[in-house]
Write a protein that binds this ligand. Sequence first.
Ligand SMILES: CC(C)(COP(=O)(O)OP(=O)(O)OC[C@H]1O[C@@H](n2cnc3c(N)ncnc32)[C@H](O)[C@@H]1OP(=O)(O)O)[C@@H](O)C(=O)NCCC(=O)NCCS
Length: 190
Amino acid sequence: MTLPRELRTERLCLRWWVEDDRAPFARLNADARVVEFLPGPLSRQESDARAQRIEAHFLEQGFGLWAVEIPGVTRFAGFIGLSIPRFEVPFTPCVEIGWRLDADYWNRGYATEGARAALAFGFESLHLEAIVSYTVPANARSRRVMEKIGMTHAPRDDFDHPSLPEGHPLRRHVFYRIDRAAFIGLRGSR
Ligand SMILES: CC(C)(COP(=O)(O)OP(=O)(O)OC[C@H]1O[C@@H](n2cnc3c(N)ncnc32)[C@H](O)[C@@H]1OP(=O)(O)O)[C@@H](O)C(=O)NCCC(=O)NCCS
């Protein structure tokens, strides 16, 4: 199956990464507002390593955390997309939907718009049965995006993130999911 290298929405182009994305990605990963609910700011080296892992995922899977371009506004605003988590918990293996945007572009509906396209891609092109997402309980912005795209919180599956040590303040995660039937139902009701 040949998968497209970009997805278009009304305002966004979700595309594979290019070398020029590295510098703005590093700026975003060093911004305290962006990493408030992540384990901490990243150095340039750590940010580049993260970008490399994202690119490797595209090469291995044909899809991933697409770079977000906002034509006429910015060449790189962050990422939105689908990825396969590498850690093991009761709900893995699975496909996760995730997002991280430059704070200059928050609250304009971009994450929701891009995430809807990523969900459609997951169900219609990858034929997935379900897509999951998770974050720390306090990340209200991210939870709001999950809710706006039709995901539901499944408290019974809330979990402790295995990459963080016991007692870490960001270890507890809330778990959201949407399955194919719910996605098709949402489409029909629009
Ligand atoms: C999460 C993130 C991608 C959202 O991007 P965005 O483009 O601003 O999202 P949207 O504009 O589509 O939606 C944001 C929603 O959160 C709401 N919101 C904003 N600040 C909020 C707050 N402090 N508390 C509750 N809701 C808030 C907005 O009002 C909006 O909801 P509405 O449309 O019902 O009004 C962005 O905030 C981000 O990159 N955060 C840092 C990285 C991160 O936490 N990623 C997720 C890790 S799991």
